[in-house]
Write a protein that binds this ligand. Structure first.
Ligand code: VGL
Ligand code: ZN
Length: 200
């Protein structure tokens, strides 16, 4: 039974020096590059927001980055402007071997709704098409790597488990934002959902 590698959001804005830098984010790049050859299906995701995206604190007067507000689909952390379509910050890390991708999924491109998961937008109902792609390739097992452990990796893992995939997160090839204990919360909810947290 084949396993797909899902490489989440390894983009300049999530690496040191980027707009929403994840501490040590670029450390995942050599680890992921070394894993790619072991997986027959390799999917990369790219956070891909229009300018003025409603997940940006700059669109909410009086709100600071990393504060939380309510959106029609639930609570939403407000971020610094990041991964704006066509900007260098939205590009993949230059050393990531993106040429090996079978599929690149872009997400978060509708202004009104954020999308952490590679499977569904944050309304939990609008699909990205990734599930159908994986089923079409008879994939039942997924290994997740990338950024950030406690946001896009977390939501992708939870959706994948809910959809019935066998999910492992390679924790040493992920890095977290870790807002107020969010990494520990993420680990707990992934374990509770039956996701395996592995070193590799
Ligand atoms: C992400 C915050 C905002 C992520 C994306 O890739 O984890 N986090 N947009
Ligand atoms: Zn984003």
């Amino acid at each position: 039974m084949s396993e797909a590698l899902i490489v989440i959001d390894v983009q300049n804005d999530f690496c040191p020096g980027g707009a929403l830098a994840v501490p040590d984010g670029d450390a995942v790049v050599p680890k992921i590059n070394a894993m790619l050859a072991d997986y027959p299906i390799r999917v990369f995701t790219q956070d891909w927001h229009p300018a003025g995206h409603l997940s940006f604190a700059s669109e909410h007067p009086g709100f600071h980055p990393y504060s939380v507000t309510e959106m029609p689909y639930g609570s939403q952390v407000l971020w610094p402007d990041h991964c704006v379509q066509g900007t260098p910050g939205a590009e993949f890390h230059p050393e990531l071997r993106v040429d090996s991708a079978n599929l690149i999924i872009r997400k978060g491109f509708r202004r009104e709704i954020d999308s952490y998961s590679a499977f569904f937008e944050n309304d939990k109902t609008t699909p990205t098409g990734l599930e159908g792609y994986l089923r079409g390739h008879k994939i039942e097992r997924l290994r997740l790597v990338g950024l950030a452990t406690d946001f896009c990796v977390l939501y992708t893992a939870l959706d994948a488990a809910r959809l019935g995939f066998d999910v492992t997160v390679a924790m040493d090839a992920c890095r977290a934002i870790d807002l107020q204990g969010s990494l520990e919360d993420a680990e707990e909810s992934m374990i509770e959902a039956g996701v395996i947290l592995a070193a590799h």
